[in-house]
Design a protein around this ligand. Sequence first.
Ligand code: 0X9
Ligand code: ZN
Length: 306
Amino acid sequence: SFNIYEYNNYADMLEFMETVARSFPDLVTLQYLGKSYEGRKMNLVKISSNPNANNPIIFVDAGIHGREWVAPAMALYLIHRLSSEQATRRSGGVLDGVDWYILPLVNPDGYEYTRSSKSNRMWRKTRSKHTEFDCYGVDGNRNYGYKWGVSGISHDPCHKETFAGPKPFSEPETQMVRNVMMDYNKNIKLYVSLHSYGQYLVYPWGYTGESLPKEWKKLDNMARAVSQAVERAGGLPFKVLSAGRWYPAAGGSDDFAFGGAGIPYSYTMELTDGFEFAFPEKRLRNTLPTFYEGFKSFGAQIKREF
Ligand code: 0X9
Ligand code: ZN
C-alpha cells in the first residue's frame, strides 16, 4: 500500500492520485492522457485554486528514466504538499496565482520493469519494440523532436542507454508529454523534468555546449535562487549550468519545451548525490522536504514575473 516516503509501485501511485483528487475536488483534478506502450494508464494531476483565472502554469514531470526512482517519489511528494497545504491555507501563496500540472511517472513500463527483479534494476529506457531484434526500449530523453539526433545519442536499438528511437516522438510516453506542452504552451511558463542523480539543475541548450540561449542569464538566476532555497532547508546545493556544458545530448524534453514549445523557463533537475540510482528509501523523509522548498521558490519566482 502507498506511503509517501517509500518507493511505491505504479498501481499504488495511481490510487494515490485518485485519492488526492477525491479528497480535494475543488483543487485537484486528473486529466487522462492515454496509455503507455504496455497499456498503463497515464494521468496528469492538475492543482489549481482557481481554474478560471488563466494563471501561469508550472508543468513538472518525472521518471522518464525507469531506474531513477527518487524522481517520481518527489513528484508525488509535491502533489501531496501542494494539495494539503492549500487545503489548510498554510501554503504561503504557492497556489494563489499559479497552477501546477504534474505528471509523476512518464515511463511506468520502465519503472515497473526495474522493480521486477534485481537484474533489471538498472533499466533506463521505455519498453517498446521497434525491430525484429530482441532489443527493447528507447531513451525517452533522446526522443523529443528538437534537434533530434545531433549529439549524445545512439541509433542502435540494442544500445541500453541512449537509443534515440527510430524517429522523433516514436514513443507514446513522449507524445503525451509533448501534447501537454503544446495544448497549454500559452500558459506554461516553467517546465521542470525530474531525474536522478548528481544534484544538478540544468537549462537549455542540452544538444550543444557551444552556445547558450540569449535568455540564459534569466534561466541561470532562477535556478540559483532555487538552489539557495534548497540549501537553506538543509539540502545540498545544485550545480547550475546549461545541460550541454555538462554534456551535450540532443532530443531531451528540456530542449523541446524551450525551443519547440516556447516555454520560457525549462530545466532538468537531477536529484540527490552520493548513492547513484540507489538513493536509500530511509532518507526520503528528510530529503524530499528540502526539494519542496526549491519548488516553492520556483512558484514564487514565476508568480512574480508573470
Ligand atoms: O542524459 C540525460 O538524459 C539526463 N541525465 S540522466 O543521468 N538522468 O540520464 C540529462 C539531460 C539534460 N538535458 C539535455 N541533455 N537535453
Ligand atoms: Zn534521467
